[in-house]
Design a protein around this ligand. Structure first.
Ligand code: DAT
Ligand code: MG
Length: 142
């Protein structure tokens, strides 16, 4: 399928989930949820890189903690494909705060707190394109 706005999103398995050994279980949930993994790699971001990625949140009370956490250990970054990918992946992740996430969602099962909530997902097609290009070149989408 040709890449187009609406069928791609960007996902991160965050350092808490990777550190807890939940990477494989989360990837299994992604594949079971009908997503095609178009690109995937393990990275350990510097503080500067995590600050750049979360630039839109600069100034918010949780920005310092968030960027420290996201650079605290390895992450898995991915490009996911599915019709309506942005919403489909956010639905599978669940609410930002794991205590408020629906049963059966990834954040409910694997998230520890609102700050350390196992996964990231883009919030719009426009931001998905920006976030994908932050970590992947076009050639890396297979
Ligand atoms: P989401 O990741 O669901 O898109 P967001 O974009 O509002 O949520 O926030 C980005 C991340 O920042 C979120 O995954 C965890 C952290 N965060 C958000 N709100 C927070 C809060 N009130 N306290 C601590 N961390 C927070
Ligand atoms: Mg967000």
């Amino acid at each position: 399928m040709a890449d187009q706005a609406g069928n791609l999103t960007f996902a991160i398995i965050k350092p808490d989930a990777v550190g807890a050994g939940n990477t494989g279980k989360i990837i299994d949930r992604i594949i079971g949820g009908g997503f095609r993994i178009r690109a995937m790699k393990m990275i350990h971001q510097t503080r500067k890189q995590s600050e750049g990625f979360y630039e839109v949140h600069r100034g918010k009370p949780f920005y310092e903690g968030l960027t420290e956490f996201m650079s605290s250990g390895p992450c898995v970054v991915m490009v996911l494909e599915k019709d309506g990918a942005v919403k489909a992946w956010r639905d599978l992740m669940g609410a930002t705060d794991p205590t408020k996430a629906d049963e059966g969602t990834i954040r409910k099962e694997f998230g520890g707190s609102v700050g350390e909530n196992a996964t990231h997902g883009s919030d719009s097609d426009e931001n998905a394109a920006i976030e994908i290009s932050f970590f992947f070149s076009k050639l890396e989408l297979v």
